[in-house]
Design a protein around this ligand. Structure first.
Ligand SMILES: NC(=O)c1ccc[n+]([C@@H]2O[C@H](COP(=O)([O-])OP(=O)(O)OC[C@H]3O[C@@H](n4cnc5c(N)ncnc54)[C@H](OP(=O)(O)O)[C@@H]3O)[C@@H](O)[C@H]2O)c1
Length: 386
């Protein structure tokens, strides 16, 4: 029986966590033609939830409070249910969708694609922003974007931790920069959702990932697949430190989630010996955790032929490739902890004021699903809490 109303966390406007209000009477969505209704069991948190809430997506005027509006006009309206990386079970289907899908567990490709094109996504927008997302008990989404994943060794919360917001972005960073087997790749923000995805994806592609992170995360990052870990607490003599771990070679490409004043150092570490390179220096940027402004001399960029790629989300083809790797067991979840939906405020604060040694994702589980899908991954159940 599908209830007429559901519990959901509503974003009521731009601002602090107080703008998130827990509702017990939100109308349950109905699946339209070509859609499935999903009973949500786990939704991963992403930085974009906070940035969209705080209006931190300026593209022109510094200080502008705005959100994604790649299609020309803002798509975020209030109240909005956030949460992009949704896992759950099909509870009902809309017209034209095979009823055999009912009961299937799946993972959502989080994009609101503007068209049917499979190889390009020019106006990225997503569930949890331009349409309601997964911080709720139910969500209605296109059937072809809810991908069946029945791997029995993956709990629902773990599958959510491999959501497309991080993994598709990571893959698109690598494909944009034409990363190839054998290349040395610097991954910044390495312990985060995108960074941990990048490290794994580099290994799948045969490239060698070097992580920029913090000393107390080094062991976990090496276990995940990083070749070496460089400490970001002091960026002095970065190129010299990089040379020590690469055997004196420049990085072939940098996958940058940090930005800010660090970007120049990343370019240095690619261009110090152009004769030792087989391809142009490439910088993919998909985040700006260290700052939204970088001062880079254009002469450095064009004389050294540095290719810069801005990356947001990815394509249908990339989402399907990632689902195939998940089904094949080639990717593994990096799940830090789960929180119940009613405690989303607490999860938001924890996410921002994170402890050290925190790797990967936070997952939110509807309270009614908590015992089965959330409790095994609660913070109190993690070794760090004991
Ligand atoms: N363009 C897109 O489509 C897209 C999609 C997803 C995410 N993003 C953006 O990509 C970035 C990373 O996202 P995420 O989900 O991986 O975030 P996350 O899980 O919060 O991880 C961010 C990581 O950045 C590093 N970091 C934090 N503060 C830093 C600072 N001041 N200087 C340098 N590094 C710092 C930390 O890693 P270490 O401690 O290991 O250095 C942290 O774990 C965010 O800016 C996010 O908004 C963009």
């Amino acid at each position: 029986m599908i209830p007429k109303t559901m519990h959901a966390m509503l974003l009521t406007g731009h601002g602090g966590v107080e703008k998130l209000q827990y509702s017990q009477t939100t109308p349950t969505p109905e699946p339209g033609p070509g859609e499935v209704l999903v009973r949500v069991t786990a939704t991963a948190k992403n930085n974009t939830d906070r940035k969209a809430r705080e209006g931190l997506y300026p593209t022109k005027d510094k200080g502008e409070v705005t959100s994604f509006q790649m299609g020309g006009s803002p798509t975020l309206t209030f109240p909005r249910i956030q949460g992009a990386d949704v896992v759950g079970h099909v509870a009902a289907v809309g017209a034209g969708v095979d009823e055999a899908r009912i009961g299937e567990r799946g993972l959502l490709d989080f994009n609101l694609y503007a068209d049917e094109r499979r190889d390009i996504n020019l106006t990225p927008d997503y569930y949890g922003h331009g349409a309601d997302g997964g911080f709720a008990e139910y969500i209605a989404v296109p059937s072809d974007q809810f991908h069946h994943v029945d791997n029995s060794d993956l709990a629902d919360a773990e599958l959510a931790a491999m959501g497309m917001c991080s993994y598709q972005t990571a893959l698109h960073m690598l494909t944009s920069a034409r990363v190839k087997a054998g290349e040395r790749i610097l991954v910044t923000g390495a312990s985060g959702g995108v960074g941990t995805a990048l490290i794994q994806l580099c290994r799948i592609m045969g490239a060698t990932p070097y992580a920029l992170s913090q000393a107390d995360k080094a062991e976990a990052l090496l276990a995940l697949g990083a070749e070496a870990v460089l400490d970001r607490s002091s960026m002095g003599s970065f190129t010299e430190r990089a040379k020590k771990v690469t055997g004196g070679h420049p990085f072939d490409a940098v996958m940058d989630l940090a930005g800010g004043e660090m970007t120049n150092a990343f370019i240095d570490a690619m261009i110090f010996n152009m004769k030792d390179r087989a391809d142009y220096p490439r910088l993919s940027i998909a985040g700006a955790s260290a700052g939204n402004l970088s001062e880079i001399m254009w002469t450095r960029v064009y004389l050294y032929q540095v290719q810069i790629f801005g990356v947001s989300h990815g394509t249908r083809e990339e989402a399907e490739q990632l689902i195939a790797w998940i089904r094949g067991g080639q990717l593994r979840p990096v799940l830090h902890a789960a929180f119940p939906l009613s405690k989303l405020h607490e999860a938001e604060r924890y996410f921002v004021d994170r402890n050290s040694n925190y790797l990967g994702k936070i997952v939110i589980v509807p309270d009614a699903q908590w015992e089965e899908h959330g409790a095994p991954f609660a913070l109190s159940a993690s070794p760090e809490a004991n």
